[in-house]
Ligand binder design. Structure first.
Ligand code: HT7
Ligand code: ZN
Length: 880
């Protein structure tokens, strides 16, 4: 396939200032009439052909300035429309009629049907599946959209912007049974932000008064009967709107803001101007069907899409290489929003756990790419954790380097200067350089170089000289097609913790330190602090100020000290996590050597003390008690990985912690019981999460099934019910209580696909090879559909991404099952197939037997006939 390169960017010679679209919606024969005002950029008559993008299009008619074109003056293929003979004028009107079949569109890109409703997904390149267009983000157009549909089939007709007209479609004197609506969006936008919805949906309505006193009508549209489940999303939307005014000074700009929930969607949601379209998983919630994690996800995604109105829509991307300009920045904004709504420390720890579990393996494997890539074959494969989450970390580092005030001044300048633009990362960095007077050229490497930097730190204290010396060293390993790396600017927040647990006020001699931030810019850097009478304990990369791997010479005693006393709660959690990781890798080696692991009593006691520490909020204690995942342990070990030994090591530590703290855990478990009616707020969710983590420990010993079984039976909300079911399935697999609870869950929630997804997930993550067969059987379950991305991700995606011992079954059966499933998904939906196939990315770190079987499965996929460019791109890069 074609490789697109950043350096090849050229502005378009043609512009489309105005776009008028008429849709005659029909399941298999939707007619799309596009009337495009085309203007040359130069203001002179065109001197080259006009080439428009298409994808699987059928052209019905073509005219310029009202005159039908003769066949010799253009060529039309499903993928491209080339018009060679153009008027000798700088502006003309091009009329195109295409025909599409939404019902048959299983790729869920372009115009498609979900549960009988018409809907669209145009990012990144879906608009070209609707009509021929300059389908690139730097071509901005003002859209007027007329929708016509059967009044019964689609009483609801929505598009971007404001509603300007609606009524019945007359055919002669008769009512045709069809109706229409006209929508106008006054803000010029790229085609990827176009959307329409036609269908029969229920809704909830509300309104929001902006800071300057304008009224905005808010609507959330969901399947009939599910309206009440949209209340939390609506409240989250209003909080997001207020927050963006207060924290970033951004007001909403249209009279209407609509959200539509659909059940077939390739990603989480889409920020179409004034008409966000959501995967219903990120809209619908009530206590019986949604877990606390679901509520948090809804809050975050609602906020994320709303925040795109400024970071993405008002200021969009010049080209798809700049994707992180809108995505990294908007993730940063939604992270900050959630941190303000909930507990900042808890939120930060959850973010870092996610980053390490998803982005670090991406950055350290065959799919590594810079936050701003320079090449792509298939842009859909670059909606990655690197672009989104590492992109957000880079914005966070800018704030750390500049400080909150200059950061806000930079953002203000960005909005002021670039409103209405299709901008670049260079534009973004320039505003921060200007407001702060700082040189960010070395820092910009975070956008340009792939890979996770590692930093080694050692601290010495010289009691005689009353001096502390820090030695820091940075390194960045080669990544695909980047063999030589340059030195990065790494901002490290730090503190020197005194024996009383408080930070010592420090005086640094020499450069490289500003306040509580060390600016590591060289390969080796030495920093001296004077006037330090006692030996402090170093706490560094506080708040995870830089997305790096830290290797620090530090004793277990010092880490335990930090785990008890560090004033930075992130660093406190990190100290404990490092202790767990060291204990687990040691246990892994012991198990591989044929012996039984043992764990330091001081660590087991520290865990108990942390669980009991009421000065810490329950949500934090729950995170502190959560051991690194099997994937985290695998990454730490690095090579020749044996997933079975990892699971055994982790289970051994769970059992040791449980045995050492059984009585206390049981008491805290009781103390965390709910005392009032259900609330999804962070405090109550935190109590539930601590209780459920403790349930997992208490149910770990063989046969200890009663507590979890009774928890399952007495649960009054989905968080507790699903957590109890997971504990039963993962800790007491095959017990009669587990079998009964799984059957009960299925019969209770059969009509609720989003809940059945949890049932799929729980079973897909039961450790051990037997799960390969379970997944094969569940793929035949009546609640499973290979066409629905949520079902595929919950069962097949979760199996490969989150079940190390089954996916990597030594006999290769997990790979075979998965490869077959990927190919089956790919026939309908290449984007989803390509995304789940990234689960193979760490195959080279396995022990040789598994490596060989994983390679065979990848090769089998790559040799399949007619492979989509999406899946081919992932598989070939993974094998390279
Ligand atoms: N900006 C949106 C990306 C998206 C998307 C991309 C490719 C294919 C389908 C898609 N659906 C949504 C979502 C976001 O980041 O806000
Ligand atoms: Zn986004």
């Amino acid at each position: 396939g074609q490789v697109f390169k950043l350096e090849d960017y050229k502005p378009s010679e043609f512009l489309i200032p105005e776009t008028k679209l008429t849709f005659n919606l029909h399941p298999t024969k939707t007619l799309v009439q596009a009337e495009l005002t085309i203007r040359t950029r130069s203001g002179q008559p065109p001197n080259a052909a006009l080439v428009l993008d298409g994808d699987e299009l059928v052209l019905r008619s073509l005219a310029i300035n009202g005159k039908v074109l003769d066949a010799a003056s253009y060529t039309a293929t499903p993928d491209r429309l080339t018009i060679n003979e153009l008027p000798q004028a700088d502006t003309f009107t091009l009329s195109i009629e295409t025909e599409v079949a939404p019902e048959h569109n299983k790729a869920l890109s372009g115009l498609y049907r979900s549960s009988g409703n018409y809907t669209t997904q145009c990012e990144a390149e879906g608009f070209r599946r609707i009509t021929y267009f300059l389908d690139r983000p730097d071509v901005l157009s003002v859209y007027t959209v007329r929708l016509e549909a059967d009044s019964k089939e689609a009483p609801l007709l929505l598009s971007n912007g404001n509603l300007v007209e609606r009524g019945p479609v007359e055919s002669g004197a008769l009512d045709s049974g069809r109706h229409f609506a006209v929508w106008h969006d006054p803000f010029p936008k790229p085609s990827y932000l176009f959307a329409l919805v036609g269908g029969d949906l229920g809704s909830i309505k509300d309104s929001f008064t902006t800071a300057s006193g304008r009224e905005v009508e808010l609507g959330i549209y969901v399947e009939h009967g599910k309206e009440e489940r949209a209340a939390y999303a609506m409240a989250a939307l209003k909080r997001s709107m207020r927050w963006d005014e207060e924290v970033f000074g951004r007001e909403y700009d249209l009279d209407v803001f609509n959200i539509v929930a659909v059940s077939d969607f390739n990603m989480g949601a889409m920020e179409n101007k004034g008409l966000n379209i959501f995967n219903d998983k990120y809209v619908l919630a009530d206590e019986a069907t949604a877990s606390d994690a679901d509520y948090a996800g809804i809050e975050a995604v609602i906020a994320h899409e709303y925040f795109h109105n400024w970071t993405g829509n008002r200021i969009t991307c010049r080209d798809w290489f700049q994707l992180c300009l809108k995505e990294g920045l908007t993730v940063f904004r939604d992270h900050e929003f959630s941190a303000d709504q909930r507990s900042r420390a808890v939120k930060r720890i959850a973010e870092v756990r996610g980053l390490r579990a998803q982005q670090f393996p991406e950055d350290q494997g065959p799919l590594a790419h810079p936050v701003r890539p320079r090449r792509y074959r298939e842009i859909n494969n670059f909606y990655t954790s690197t672009v989104y989450e590492k992109g957000s970390e880079v914005v966070r580092m800018i704030r750390t380097i500049l400080g909150a005030e200059d950061f806000r001044r930079g953002m203000d300048l960005y909005f002021e200067r670039h409103d209405g633009d299709a901008a670049t990362i260079e534009d973004f960095l320039r505003v921060f350089e200007e407001v702060s007077g700082r040189d960010l050229s070395q820092f910009a490497l975070w956008y340009h170089q792939a890979g996770t930097p590692s930093v080694q730190v050692a601290m010495r204290h010289d009691a005689d000289k009353r001096e502390v010396t820090l030695h820091l060293e940075q390194a960045l390993a080669p990544t695909p097609s980047e063999s030589r790396k340059r030195l990065m600017h790494i901002p490290l927040q730090f503190g020197l913790v005194g024996q009383d647990g408080r930070d010592i006020a420090v005086k640094a001699a020499g450069e490289g330190v500003e306040g509580d931030v060390i600016h590591l810019r060289k390969r080796h850097q030495t920093i001296r602090f004077t006037d330090v009478p006692e030996r402090p304990v170093l706490s560094i990369n506080r708040g995870f100020s830089a997305p790096i791997m830290l290797a620090m010479e530090q004793t277990a005693e010092d880490r335990m000290f930090l785990a008890r006393h560090d004033s930075d709660l992130f660093a406190r959690w990190q100290a404990l996590t490092t202790l767990y990781t060291q204990a687990l890798t040691q246990a892994y080696r012991t198990i591989r050597g044929g012996s039984t692991p043992e764990f330091a009593p001081a660590l087991l006691a520290l865990v108990g003390d942390t669980a009991r520490n009421e000065a810490l909020e329950p949500a934090y204690r729950a995170l502190a008690l959560s051991l690194p995942g099997e994937g985290d342990i695998a990454r730490e070990i690095g090579q020749t990985i044996d997933p079975d030994a990892i699971l055994a090591a982790r289970n051994a530590l769970v059992l040791a912690i449980a045995a050492a703290n059984a009585d206390d855990f049981a008491k805290i478990y009781e103390a965390m019981a709910a005392s009032g009616p259900f609330s999804p707020d962070a405090a109550d969710a935190g109590r539930r999460s601590l209780r459920n983590v403790l349930l997992d420990y208490l149910s770990a010993p063989a046969g200890d099934v009663k507590r979890a079984a009774s928890r399952y039976e007495s649960a009054t909300n989905m968080t507790d019910r699903a957590a109890a079911l997971a504990v039963l399935a993962h800790r007491q697999s095959g017990s009669p209580e587990t079998v009964a609870a799984l059957a009960d869950f299925e019969s209770r929630f059969r009509p609720e696909p989003l809940v059945i997804d949890k049932w799929f997930q729980i079973q897909a993550t039961v450790p051990g090879t037997a799960t390969v067969n379970t997944v094969r059987e569940l793929m035949r379950h009546s609640g499973f559909s290979i066409d629905n991305p949520n079902r595929v991700r919950s069962l097949v995606g979760t199996f490969a991404a989150a079940n190390q011992t089954a996916f990597h079954a030594a006999d290769g059966s997990g790979y075979k099952l998965f490869a077959d499933a990927v190919l089956e998904v790919e026939r309908r939906n290449p984007q989803v197939a390509a995304r789940i196939a990234t689960a193979f990315r760490s195959w080279r770190s396995l022990e040789p037997g598994r490596q060989d079987k994983a390679r065979q499965a990848l090769v089998a996929i790559s040799q399949h006939r007619d492979l989509s460019s999406d899946l081919r791109d992932i598989v070939e890069r993974t094998l390279a």
